[in-house]
Design a binder for this molecule. Structure first.
Ligand code: 13P
Length: 259
């Protein structure tokens, strides 16, 4: 049986107090889930990371950062170094979230530098990819996804496969104005991604977990988790209440196990 991944990006929400309350409750509620089968991770704001890394058991909930500079140090005002994040014992580095690409103009070439830097510092690199509404309209979604993967992982050795995760997050599906992808569409694109990972890394590339994100909610999570090329759910709004996220995860696991 494949491993399932459940995680959330807290984006620019929750102060330190609220993040700690949320993480503590989520850790408690989900403590019984077998982590060898169900991987859980949360990616809070930078300001909450220190406290979270001190208090949260990363054997239960892995912690990650939402962004990172590719350089260890230097004249990069406003950036955070991999060494600074390593100091907090973080395990996951989220790179290329749609909001980083489309609000802050981050490029595929930067992603490549960041992926390589994250891997060289021992993080799991979680590369987010996804097409915009306009690119979907033009019928170039597959080309866009393949480009993001091929540039993002350019020059990355297959030895790193165990430390790579991919999140497919169609830009048009994310956030308050997003429409979730249909299960059929999600499966089709996850398949394209899996094939491309095999092309980049060889057959072992198929083992890279590919998570779906973008308006995941209790109404679609059970349909998404059973898709053959979906390894997990990367959730925003529907995960930010610990009790509701716990219910969503348990429902998804039950649906998956009963299929
Ligand atoms: P929503 O689930 O709120 O659409 O956000 C998804 C996301 O951006 C996860 O990284």
């Amino acid at each position: 049986m494949k491993k399932l991944y459940f995680g959330s990006n807290l984006k620019m929400y929750k102060n330190v107090h609220d993040t700690m309350e949320y993480l503590t409750k989520l850790q408690e509620l989900t403590a019984d889930l077998d982590r060898s089968r169900y991987e859980m991770f949360i990616i809070p704001s930078f300001t909450s990371l220190y406290c979270a890394s001190e208090k949260i058991d990363q054997n239960l909930i892995r912690l990650g950062a939402q962004n990172m500079c590719w350089e260890d140090q230097g004249q990069f005002t406003g950036e955070i170094s991999p060494l600074m994040l390593k100091e907090l014992n973080l395990q996951i580095m989220e790179l290329g979230h749609s909001e980083r690409r489309h609000v802050f103009g981050e490029t595929d070439q930067w992603m490549n530098l960041k992926v390589k830097a994250a891997l060289s510092h021992g993080f799991t690199a979680l590369l987010c990819i996804g097409e915009t509404d306009e690119q979907k309209e033009y019928g170039i979604s597959d080309e866009v996804l393949r480009t993001q993967l091929k540039i993002g992982f350019y020059g990355v050795s297959p030895e790193n496969i165990g430390n790579i995760w991919v999140a497919y997050e169609p830009v048009w599906a994310i956030g308050v104005n997003g429409k979730p992808a249909t299960p059929e569409y999600a499966q089709e694109k996850h398949h394209v991604i899996r094939e491309c990972l095999a092309e980049i890394f060889g057959e072992k590339g198929r083992e890279i977990p590919v998570l779906y994100g973008g308006s995941v909610n209790p109404g679609n999570s059970n349909q998404l988790i059973v898709l053959p090329d979906v390894d997990g759910l990367f959730v925003g709004r529907a995960a930010w209440d610990a009790e509701k996220f716990n219910v969503l995860i348990r429902d998804a696991i039950e649906t998956y196990n009963n299929q």
